[in-house]
Design a protein around this ligand. Structure first.
Ligand SMILES: CC(C)(COP(=O)(O)OP(=O)(O)OC[C@H]1O[C@@H](n2cnc3c(N)ncnc32)[C@H](O)[C@@H]1OP(=O)(O)O)[C@@H](O)C(=O)NCCC(=O)NCCS
Length: 169
């Protein structure tokens, strides 16, 4: 049986998934990833939030997205998306898009207003993300303004969020 015909299921991440999530991220990202500014926000947060999701094929974790509950300028209601990683040999089959769509649905269901991330507009633009106006939202370190992206869960939410991003305590 090839990997193509094994069903892929998605579900919220549980603590037992963490070693496989970390291994997948190590495979998908370069070693410099921990120096990235978005990781500084995540350092202050629990390893998993209720929004983190994984995709599993048979018993193998093949994709994962981590989500951090944050405040922006002290205002709650925002989430920081990432890292998002798919096992390289299963890239291009829509698993990342599916996980992102599911976390956006979960965010909507729980009354969150905005999802923020640092990533490629070429990828995330197709999923509904737009550029944050330069200077409006800051992270604790340098970020290329062209890569600071957000999607409004609540219409008009973006303009309400200004200032520094921090993990929700
Ligand atoms: C980027 C990544 C998450 C995409 O996962 P995936 O499951 O392959 O994505 P999907 O199947 O939903 O979408 C694939 C499409 O996105 C495109 N794509 C992937 N990465 C892209 C990028 N950086 N910029 C533009 N397009 C990109 C693919 O070419 C493909 O296009 P097509 O549908 O026209 O063929 C995955 O390749 C990965 O883990 N990469 C390494 C880690 C990373 O860069 N994560 C994102 C930043 S947090």
């Amino acid at each position: 049986m090839t990997s193509d015909v094994l069903a892929v299921e998605t579900r919220p991440a549980v603590p037992e998934d963490l070693p496989a999530i970390v291994a997948l991220q190590a495979l998908a990202f370069s070693p410099g990833r921990f120096a990235r500014t978005a990781y500084r926000v995540r350092e202050g947060a629990p390893d998993l939030s209720p929004y983190c999701r994984v995709a599993v094929q048979a018993d193998r974790l093949i994709a994962a997205v981590r989500m951090t509950e944050v405040t922006i300028g002290g205002r709650p209601g925002a989430l920081l998306l990432g890292p998002l990683a798919v096992t390289p040999e299963l890239a291009g089959r829509g698993y990342a898009r599916r996980l992102v769509a599911e976390v956006l649905d979960a965010a909507r269901a729980r009354g969150e207003a905005l999802v923020l991330l640092v990533g490629d507009m070429a990828y995330y633009g197709r999923l509904g993300f737009i550029r944050v106006p330069p200077g409006q939202i800051r992270l604790p370190g340098p970020v290329d303004p062209a890569r600071l992206l957000a999607v409004e869960i609540e219409a008009g939410a973006l303009e309400k969020f200004r200032g520094m991003v921090a993990a929700r305590s």
